[in-house]
Design a protein around this ligand. Structure first.
Ligand code: F6R
Length: 259
C-alpha cells in the first residue's frame, strides 16, 4: 500500500518533500532525480532553493517525465524551458546532467528508446516526483496506457489539453502529442513521490491509491511499486476511504523511517 501523507497545504507538502530530497542529495551527491512539470511540483522546487543552497549539486542528474512533441524547444511552455526556469537555474544544477525526452520531429521515432538508454546509463532514477492529471494520468500516460509501457509518443486527451490550456492561449494551442516515460519506466524508479493538491485531484487520487488496478486509471500502477509516498492536502484527500488510518500511521511513524 502506498504511504499517504495528508498535509495542511501545498507549501507544507513542498517543504516535506524538499527536506527529504535535500537529505538524499547530501547523503548521495550523485542522486538521480525524476522531475515532473505542471503546477503541482512547484512548491517542492521552490522549497529546494533554500535547502540546497550551499550543497554541492554538481553531481546530481535529473530526467524529466515528458515533453510536448513538435513544440519549439524555445517556446516558454516547452518542458525544456520550464525545467530550465523552475529547476536547473534556481537550484544551480548542471544543465548537461538534466535531460528530457526529445520532442522535436526529426528522429522522434527513436527518441523514446534513446531516452530509455540514457536513464539506464545513469543507473536508473532514485526518486521520481509525480503529479497526477484529473483523468488519472501520471507522466502523460493517458487512460488505457499499458502498465508495461516505456518512453514513447502519446496523444493527449481533450481533458488534458483543456487542463493545460492555462499555460497556452487556449486548448487548441496545446500540442496534441507528447513523448512520455511509460508506466513501466516510472515503476523502475526506486522511490515514487506523488503529490496532489486541490479538490480537482480528489477522485484521481482515490482511484490511484484505493481503486482497482486498471489501465483506465494509469496512476493506479503505483500500487505495484514497493516504495510510494503520496503527499496530498485535505482537499485532494477528501474522498479517500482510509484517510483516518493514513493520518494515524503518519502521526506515529518512527522518525528514523523518514519519507
Ligand atoms: C507533467 C506531468 C503530468 C502532470 C499532471 C498534473 O510533467 O507528467 O502528469 O503532473 O498533468 O499537472 P498539474 O500539476 O499542472 O496539475
Amino acid at each position: 500500500m502506498a504511504e499517504v501523507i495528508i498535509v495542511r497545504d501545498a507549501a507544507a507538502g513542498g517543504a516535506l518533500v524538499a527536506d527529504h530530497i535535500a537529505a538524499l542529495v547530501r547523503r548521495r551527491p550523485e542522486t538521480v532525480l525524476g522531475l515532473a512539470t505542471g503546477s503541482t511540483p512547484l512548491p517542492v522546487y521552490a522549497a529546494l532553493r533554500t535547502r540546497l543552497a550551499g550543497v554541492d549539486v554538481s553531481h546530481v542528474r535529473a530526467f524529466a517525465l515528458d515533453e510536448y512533441v513538435g513544440l519549439d524547444p524555445a517556446h516558454p511552455e516547452s518542458y525544456a524551458r520550464v525545467i530550465e526556469r523552475e529547476v536547473v537555474r534556481p537550484l544551480g544544477l548542471d544543465p548537461a546532467r538534466v535531460r528530457l525526452p526529445r520532442g522535436t520531429l526529426p528522429g522522434i521515432e527513436h527518441a523514446g528508446e534513446d531516452y530509455e538508454h540514457e536513464i539506464a546509463d545513469a543507473g536508473g532514477i532514485d526518486l521520481q516526483i509525480l503529479g497526477i492529471g484529473s483523468d488519472g494520468h501520471i507522466g502523460f500516460n493517458e487512460p488505457g496506457s499499458s502498465f508495461a509501457s516505456r518512453t514513447r509518443v502519446k496523444t493527449l486527451t481533450r481533458q488534458t489539453r483543456e487542463d493545460n490550456a492555462r499555460f497556452f492561449a487556449g486548448p487548441d494551442e496545446v500540442p496534441r502529442h507528447c513523448i512520455t516515460q511509460g508506466l513501466g519506466t516510472i515503476l523502475d524508479a526506486r522511490h515514487l513521490v506523488l503529490l496532489a493538491f486541490g479538490e480537482g485531484k480528489a477522485a484521481a487520487v482515490a482511484g490511484a491509491v484505493e481503486g482497482p488496478l486498471t489501465a483506465s486509471l494509469p496512476a493506479s500502477a503505483i500500487q505495484l511499486h514497493e516504495r510510494v509516498s503520496v503527499v496530498v492536502d485535505e482537499a485532494a484527500a477528501s474522498t479517500l476511504g482510509f484517510a483516518d488510518y493514513y493520518r494515524e500511521a503518519w502521526a506515529h511513524k518512527p522518525a528514523w523511517q523518514g519519507l
